[in-house]
Ligand binder design. Structure first.
Ligand code: UT7
Length: 334
């Protein structure tokens, strides 16, 4: 039997340290005017030394659990969407589980499955599909889905084509089959990819980056991106995927209360909205304040939209995202 899947808690965490466009003017040959016009971004938040993506994810997770009225001990699965994990091993999910005091060994009735996955900026949408599949299969599952990124740790602050774009943040949701404290039901999710385009966005530091002790890191340690090519794919893929998910649910854009696209660039957000014929008032954006926080943009945008009153429980919301891989996808919440 397919059990329904509800989001019953939502939280986000933004590091307090702010880096403005004017701060970046002191690091590279750029200007507030260029960054604002080409991207819409005015500022981004950056992790302090000693604070890692797991710490931000933990704070977002605690907020989501508190809203859901779920104790950490009740969580059965922790899924972490990130392309900037604390470590290659252990998983950030295990680090967060440890910080939440969860252990499958003693004092628990059930087990906890901990898993990181990397779908870059599409991580939250992919994660909703993973969580939904688990909840549909296991009636008692309580899934904590965390999206957390420390992109500043892989940003080359001498490369003006990328360093103005990214920021750090985390978001989290709690999903289960019970509608107690339900905010939205995950009605449907679609996920896609095109691995032939895997070179368009890269974050180094994995095993392909063959660094020996004593070496200094080179460009392959950092984020690199072919911006214009990514831009075109992003607009087309997010628009097409959004149309596809609505069609297969017998809905149209007029049925939606809010459209929340991935927050990478205000020009992309506007172009997707225009392509779909959406009124600007129905398209949410907060990229101005955070830059592109990869997997974290969607849950952070949901939380901000809720804070401003643009998003309320039970509203019909379409999320869509696009990122490295290339990956893209959309999720319909009702
Ligand atoms: O989250 C994953 C998905 N990622 C995205 O969606 C990002 C998609 N791409 C973009 O958002 C845009 O392509 C960028 C914001 C990255 C770049 O904007 P663009 O309008 O495509 O600019 P461009 O790369 O074509 O560069 C235009 C000019 C170049 O100078 P020339 O060659 O025309 O003399 C660049 O060197 O702007 C220059 N430039 C800059 N100038 C000042 C590039 N970066 C900067 C900068 N400040 N930071």
């Amino acid at each position: 039997m397919n059990h329904p899947c509800y989001i019953c808690g939502l939280g986000s965490f933004i590091p307090s340290r702010v880096m403005t466009n004017h701060d970046l003017e002191k690091l590279v040959e750029t200007s507030d005017e260029w960054i604002s016009t080409r991207t819409g971004i005015k500022e981004r938040h950056i992790l302090d030394d000693g604070v890692n993506p797991s710490d931000c994810g933990l704070e977002a997770a605690r907020a989501a659990l508190a809203e859901a009225g779920v104790a950490p001990e009740e969580v059965t699965h922790i899924f972490v969407a990130t392309c900037t994990p604390d470590y290659l091993c252990p998983s950030t999910a295990c680090v967060i589980a440890g910080k939440l005091g969860l252990s499958s060994l003693e004092g628990r009735k059930g087990d906890v499955m901990c898993l990181d996955f990397n779908a870059a900026c599409t991580g939250f949408v992919y994660g909703l599909e993973l969580a939904r599949s688990i909840v549909q299969m296991h009636e008692d599952a309580v899934v904590l889905l965390v999206a957390t990124e420390g992109l500043s740790r892989r940003t080359n602050f001498t490369d003006r084509t990328t360093c103005v774009l990214f920021g750090d943040a985390a978001g989290a949701v709690v999903l289960r089959s019970s509608d107690r404290n339900a905010l939205w039901q995950v009605r449907d999710v679609v996920c896609s990819s095109d691995g032939s385009l895997h070179d368009l966005i890269k974050i180094g530091g994995g095993s392909a980056c063959n660094i020996k002790e004593g070496d200094t890191v080179g460009p392959d340690w950092f984020i690199s991106m072919q911006g214009m090519a990514v831009f075109k794919h992003a607009v087309r893929s997010m628009a097409d995927e959004s149309q596809r998910i609505l069609e297969r649910n017998g809905m149209s854009f007029e049925d939606l209360d809010l459209f929340i696209p991935h927050q990478a660039n205000l020009r992309i957000i506007k172009a997707v909205g225009e392509r779909l014929g959406l009124d600007e008032s129905h398209v949410f954006s907060n990229v101005q304040h955070y830059g592109n926080t990869s997997a974290a943009t969607l849950p952070v945008a949901m939380e901000d939209a809720r804070r401003t009153g643009a998003l309320k429980p039970g509203m019909k919301v379409l999320l869509t995202s696009f990122g490295g891989g290339m990956t893209w996808g959309s999720a319909l919440l009702v």
